[in-house]
Design a protein around this ligand. Sequence first.
Ligand code: GCO
Length: 447
Amino acid sequence: MRKNFFWGTDTSAFQVEGAWNEDGKGESIWDRFCHDRRGNKVYHNENADVAIDQYHRYKEDMKLLGTFGVNAHRFSVAWTRILPEGTGKINKAGIQYYHNLIDEMKGYGVEPFMTMYHWDLPQALQDRGGWANPECVDWWLEYANVLIDEFGSKVKYWITYNEPYVFIFGGYSAGHFPPNIQCYKTACQAGHYAMKAHFETVKLIHERIPGAQVGIALDMVPRVPATDRKEDIDIVPLANDTAFYWFYNVMATGEYPPLAVEEYKKRGYMFEISDYDRRLFKENPCDFIGINYYSTMAVKYTEDEGIDGFHYLPVPREEKYGTIEKDPEGLRNILKKCWKDTEGKIPIIVTENGCGGDADCLGPDGKCHDEYRINYLKDHSQVVKDCIAEGLDIRGYFVWSFWDIFEWSLGTGARYGLTHVDYETQVRTPKDSFFWYKQFIKDNTVE
Ligand code: GCO
């Protein structure tokens, strides 16, 4: 391994903080989504009003994290704690919480990686059209400037968005996530506004915080052919370009993937890309590309509509780690693809990697023997080490997550943590994987 390699963990505000309406925090679209119990959209109709109560327990949690051995931790800021209505009035108590959190982790020598946005848009902005309103670029930059004003002197690693494909296409075309809109054309336009805001932010942070590193955390679920039949192989390129490669390509090359652009033109989904936009995208590449990887999706051709009308369907695999399909080679392939597409010019960080299970419970011995998670982490961290040995400039590896936390529409039904959380008592109990990763970091840290 290289010196200064980041062995980290991550969380997001909505999934850990709770205190959903405390100290001046405004309502987010995920608060609204969970409270709106129509259609049973969240496991057992749960919500994250308390989550793992990290808003109140951050000192205890940062102590467990800080004495564990990670040298970096990625967290997100709740926009509604900073600007409760999304724009305008600033909430000092919310800002103070993140100062306290950052100071705690830095006190243990843990480098903060700040995700500016992890899906929890202010409801007040959704009421004004959300990401589909072109004004969202201005709203975003107002928010970004407050974060830079407050945290620019403490935070060196900035991540604009977590998984734009999820909050844009999951929210505006598939509609299974808030704001639950089902219009592919709207999703494409909203995604472009979000991309404009991202690149303006890269430019802004470089101007305002010399030496800061700005990136993005991209969800990558590469589609791979389920069989070696020609039709299953032939659908994969368009399946990828219209899914996770849509925003990935913009980050890696400054342009949307051509196959999908052609298809979207045919379907009337395409939006205007001004000369200014093209220059903005090309001239402000990320300082690192974050890859959130869990597994690939094996797909087969279908005459029917299939996913998003692109004639492919998932083919579940038998072999799994918990609930995550088994494909560590998929991580190797996407890391090498990214390195090739960027011509080795943009460092990579594995910003999320981990697996979840719905059976992570404490046994009669009071322990959680999550062997499947240790096997998952062994296999995937080895892929990262192999890629570095082959010359890829990979700067970090972050395990999702340090704690069991609220898993969006799966709520408390899926546990991804190295640390078990009893949601009734809030007692934290390290799992076997906690001790494995702790030792793994020791064995793989170059002083
Ligand atoms: C994601 C999100 C995380 C999830 C994690 C487990 O990648 O979906 O970034 O918030 O909780 O991936 O699904």
